[in-house]
Design a protein around this ligand. Structure first.
Ligand SMILES: *[C@@H]1O[C@H](CO)[C@@H](O)[C@H](O)[C@H]1NC(C)=O
Ligand SMILES: *[C@@H]1O[C@H](CO)[C@@H](O)[C@H](O)[C@H]1NC(C)=O
Length: 421
């Protein structure tokens, strides 16, 4: 009984966190990008930089001792230092529960967290009442680097997950993301691995000027809701030279996201690169300015996807381009689905999401389904200015087809499958 009560209280806490997260918020003001032009790839100690080792705060690298307090004390020492400082997580396995890396920091330059070893999440889900695992908040300037790994130990949580993506009510309990960036500006997350998160690998929200490079995110294809990079309410996000093998979307971009570039991403298994779901929340701000270039999708269920709910809220996506994308055995390489969770034979009122100014250029490779280009737009707001240029998708020896509803695509160059009649 007592256990059940605790569980209910926990559910409520999660629900509140999730509900607040779902509310109408604006994207942050970006401000200047402090890393522009600088070689962020190079990591060298600046003169006089203080190295704060979690071991000197009592952390033990045995994978069993709970290092949460040591990490919190170490973070505080580094973040509140007036001289330049970095938090070092050395070789070994460090067991850490849910915790905040809260700013603002006082270091003159961006604070560095250097992870060499492996940070391991505790498995007792009752410790995650704040919603996520490692939460980076209110930080202007941070580098998370070092070649180390974040192990979310998600396996036990996956059995109990609630499917928030396909839950049309906004009261669902999302599983904790491994790395959660909230109100972070000027962040570099580079050369980091994430395995088996309970929820998303990385969640970026209310943030601006974020670079994500050389990341290796992995989880089993069967793990539920383990999005690689989930982005909302953020602007100027650059993702490059990374790989995502996971159970859900490789990258998902939802409301109030602008100026995202994705370059040289390898994705699969997983559900592909996704804009949406859109039209899920009241007062959604649009997704605008997304450039996806030189990416490979392998064995994913979707390639380049828009998903929008029918019969719900208004929303929009515009100025989106996909260029030089290779598909290998992708089920739905190009898909606009404005009948999300409602097809086939959707009888609901049309989606109120407006999709316009989208360009697909040089998309080639192989698919596993008869309909390689599947574009089902809203009857009320047909898609506008959707351009397909040099599309070359094959299904073994048999020809593939296209489907179009409420869209008049602009076709240029090669079209395999053939254009819609
Ligand atoms: C989006 O990117 C462009 C080009 O890099 C830049 O001029 C613009 O200010 C950015 N928008 C925001 C909201 O930061
Ligand atoms: C698309 O591919 C063609 C032929 O390989 C190439 O000439 C062209 O530059 C590519 N376009 C873009 C935008 O990358």
């Amino acid at each position: 009984m007592a256990v059940a009560k605790v569980f209910v209280v926990l559910i409520l806490c999660f629900a509140i966190v999730y509900y607040v997260d779902a509310g109408p918020r604006r994207r942050p003001v970006a401000g200047p990008d402090i890393y522009k032009g600088k070689n962020v790839a190079k990591d060298s100690l600046s003169p006089g930089e203080k190295v704060v080792n979690v071991m000197s705060f009592g952390a033990k690298p045995d994978g069993k001792f709970d290092c949460t307090q040591a990490f919190m004390d170490g973070w505080r020492a580094a973040c509140k230092s007036n001289v330049q400082a970095r938090l070092l997580i050395p070789q070994g396995r460090f067991l850490v529960s849910s915790m905040f890396f809260a700013g603002p920091c006082l270091t003159p330059e961006p604070i560095t967290i250097q992870v060499v070893g492996t940070v391991v999440a505790t498995t007792d889900i009752s410790e995650y009442e704040n919603g996520e695992w490692l939460m980076f908040e209110d930080i202007a300037g941070i580098k998370l680097i070092g070649g180390g790994t974040f192990d979310g130990q998600g396996k036990s949580a996956w059995e109990f997950h609630q499917d928030c993506e396909s839950d049309p009510t906004n009261t669902c309990v999302r599983s904790p993301s491994s790395l959660y960036f909230n109100k972070v500006t000027n962040g570099v997350i580079q050369n980091i691995k994430s395995v088996d998160p309970k929820g998303f690998h990385i969640f970026v929200t209310n943030s601006a000027n974020i670079r994500l490079r050389l990341l290796k995110l992995s989880a089993p294809a069967t793990s539920p809701n383990t999005d690689g990079l989930h982005i909302s309410h953020s602007t100027n996000v650059k993702i490059s030279k990374s790989s995502v093998e996971t159970g859900d979307d490789c990258v998902s971009m939802i409301q109030a996201v602008s100026n995202v570039t994705i370059n040289r991403l390898k994705c699969g298994p997983g559900h592909g690169i996704s804009i949406g779901s859109l039209g899920k929340y009241p007062d959604e701000q649009e997704v605008n300015g997304v450039r996806v270039k030189s990416c490979t999708l392998t064995g994913t269920t979707n390639g380049l996807r828009f998903k929008a709910w029918p019969d719900k809220y208004p929303g929009a996506a515009s100025d989106i381009s996909f260029t030089d994308i290779t598909m290998e055995n992708v089920k739905n390489p190009i898909i606009i689905d404005q009948e999300y969770q409602c097809s086939p034979n959707c009888k609901k009122k049309p989606s109120l999401v407006k999709i316009k100014d989208v360009a697909y250029t040089n998309i080639s490779g192989t698919t596993t389904s008869q309909i390689a280009v599947d574009m089902r737009c809203s009857k009320q707001f047909p898609c506008q200015n959707i351009k397909l240029q040099n599309i070359d998708l094959k299904l073994g020896p048999t020809p593939v087809g296209s489907r179009c509803a409420n869209i008049k695509p602009i076709y240029v160059g090669i079209q395999r499958p053939p254009a819609c009649p």
